[in-house]
Design a protein around this ligand. Structure first.
Ligand code: SF4
Length: 211
């Protein structure tokens, strides 16, 4: 898949040239950190608490929480996309949640500003081609061109008051980085689901059908 992807995007390179640049581990290489098996079906949606992106359950139970254990956290801003969570598949998730919300007659919750930032020009083009951008706008989501935005405290989506709460799919939430408010880090699915419920909410397919 990697070879195919690169062949479509790197003019003038042959398959052989692409393969010759791949890096592989040495024969018999030892992995000192051990080999870890992760059961993806056992992963539960979680957030990182405001102020520190570095830790989370189970590495530090003081920073990070399973959403089911979080209680009601009302939000003022939902920020989707960015370089980190603005890829093709992330946008497919945002569109899936947005479509489900629209089908249930919902738009972005009252009192919430929801932004979505394309990770690249190619993602923006894909979103337009697939009709996702139109879907987002219909739901009341504001579109932002690719670049470093609220993640570095620039442009729309930055909090202005200490008591504002943001849920965001960016990858850093050091205190003050994106304004004076409190910023929770979460997955694309959580960010978009929360935009429609108005509080930090884990996505599941029946979410809006129940509301
Ligand atoms: S500042 Fe944020 S949006 Fe910009 S490259 Fe770094 S992580 Fe990505």
């Amino acid at each position: 898949m990697t070879v195919e992807w690169l062949l479509e995007r790197r003019e003038g390179l042959t398959e052989e040239e692409i393969r010759s640049a791949f890096v592989f581990p040495d024969e018999g290489a030892k992995y000192h950190g051990g080999v870890h098996t992760i059961d993806l079906s056992a992963i539960r949606p979680m957030v990182a608490h405001p102020g520190d992106p570095d830790a989370g359950i189970p590495s530090d139970p003081t920073n990070g929480a399973y959403i089911g254990d979080l209680g009601d956290v009302n939000i003022d801003i939902a920020y989707a996309g960015s370089c980190t969570a603005g890829k093709d598949d992330d946008f497919a998730y945002y569109a899936m949640v947005t479509r489900a919300a629209l089908d249930a007659g919902l738009s972005v919750a009252d009192g919430v500003d929801c932004y979505i930032q394309f990770g690249s020009k190619a993602v923006k083009d894909l979103s337009e081609r697939n009709g996702w951008s139109e879907l987002f706008e219909r739901a009341g989501i504001k579109l932002i061109d690719p670049g470093c935005g609220a993640c570095i405290g620039a442009g729309p989506g930055v909090s202005e008051l200490e008591d504002q709460v943001t849920v965001s799919a960016i990858n850093r939430n050091f205190q003050g980085r994106s304004g004076p408010g409190r910023l929770y880090l979460a997955s694309p699915l959580t960010v978009m689901a929360s935009a429609f419920t108005g509080k930090i909410t884990a996505w599941h397919p029946e979410l809006f059908a129940q509301s």
